[in-house]
Design a protein around this ligand. Structure first.
Ligand code: AFP
Length: 363
């Protein structure tokens, strides 16, 4: 059956597999298990306070809110979503191991289950600080090949592969509808969860990001910590028609990267969480392996561009599981412009009154 709108995720995956006669179906089974985790999370997110799922996760032993390896307070739904990812994926024999934002060390497949050739890396609930205010959140995942010894315990080093090595990446967005966005390295497709059938149905074929945009997303409260190229770019956008860009710009900030990435996939735009000087121990806010790389892979597969500002993000070799990095992604021409500002000599910085002595974004 040809793939048309309203094919199920399973039909889409089977059609894709027919392109690779040697494929044994392990990959498809893995993606379907990830999709099952996302359906379970979607259900929990939709139940929210009805199921007592809002608020912080409290450790039973200490009766205090728990924090993850990043030092961030864990929400009940962070912990539950992480558990759903593990339980739906540990048993099938497709995985050598997993790594998550919520776990300090790689997760070993329990000894009662067979081990496979893939690694699953995920942020089970991105944007979770938005849960209690009922704003869209999502799950992000990345699939890598395990190059370590077969059947051995996985090591952190097995996961430290550049984003260009990803076999597949995707995210689920829990918004007005639940969507699953997926790339297997041949463009980007989007599925909408039919809540009656409980199936992800193909609704968005071959998603393409427009090369140009007049919309940007950045947390402007960090402006005094930005590096000069980002200050220049934002000042030029804010100057609108009267500035060097000679056009008006619009701004959005949801603080839920999955939701921002989705907006950009659908109508274009540029997202920045750049490296800044706020906390010298953190070279950026977003995590490379389970936030920036999977979203970056999707964005590039949809014709957009992803960068650290300084270099191609998907070529960065990670040095640790929870490494943070500066990220710029979205409409290709705009990202290229931001990269060119990082290469330009300081003297080219646009002097906007917004960054002047009494300006809104004082240097
Ligand atoms: P949480 O999952 O802790 O809410 O973090 C979300 C996130 O990693 C990303 O989705 C947002 O773009 C970014 O952080 C928001 O950061 P600010 O809190 O600085 O706006």
């Amino acid at each position: 059956m040809p793939i048309t709108k309203r094919s199920t995720l399973t039909q889409y995956l089977i059609e894709e597999r027919r392109r690779y006669p040697g494929a044994d179906g392990e990959f498809n089974s893995l993606v379907l298990d990830v999709a099952l985790a996302c359906k379970a999370i979607s259900n929990a997110v939709a139940q929210g306070e009805l199921a007592g799922l809002h608020g912080d996760y409290v450790e039973a032993t200490t009766d205090t809110s728990s924090t993850n390896i990043q030092g961030e307070t864990q929400k009940k739904l962070d912990v539950l979503s992480n558990d759903y990812f593990i339980r739906t994926n540990e048993w099938s024999g497709t995985l050598a191991g997993m790594a998550s934002e919520e776990m300090e060390h790689p997760y070993q497949i329990p000894s009662q289950y067979p081990r496979g050739k893939y690694l699953l890396v995920f942020d089970p609930l991105d944007g979770s600080s938005n849960i209690d205010v009922n704003v869209s959140v999502g799950s992000i995942f990345s699939i890598l090949r395990c190059t370590g010894t077969q059947n051995a315990d996985v090591k952190e080093a097995d996961f430290l592969q550049p984003g260009s090595k990803q076999v597949a990446a995707g995210y689920a967005l829990y918004g007005p509808t639940t969507m699953l966005i997926l790339t297997v390295g041949r463009g980007v497709v989007g599925f909408t969860l039919d809540p009656v059938l409980g199936e992800f149905m193909l609704t968005h074929e071959d998603i393409q990001i427009p090369a140009d945009t007049q919309e940007f997303a950045i947390n402007a409260s960090n402006s005094r910590f930005w590096e000069p190229p980002i200050k220049r770019y934002i000042a030029e956008c804010l100057a609108g028609k009267t500035g060097p860009r000679e056009k008006e710009f619009n701004m959005r900030w949801i603080a839920s990267m999955v939701a921002e990435a989705h907006r950009i996939l659908i109508r274009g735009g540029v997202f920045m969480y750049p490296r800044d000087t706020k906390d010298p121990s953190k070279p950026g806010r977003l995590r490379l392996l389970y936030e920036a790389n999977p979203i970056g892979f999707i964005i590039e597969q949809a014709g957009g561009r992803v960068s650290t500002g300084h270099e191609a993000l998907l070529e960065v070799t990670p040095t640790s599981l929870h490494q943070r990095i500066g990220v710029v992604f979205g409409s290709a021409n705009e990202v290229r412009r931001i990269e060119s500002y990082h290469k330009a000599p300081r003297t080219e910085v646009f002097h906007s009154p917004l960054f002047g002595e009494r300006g809104l974004f004082r240097e």
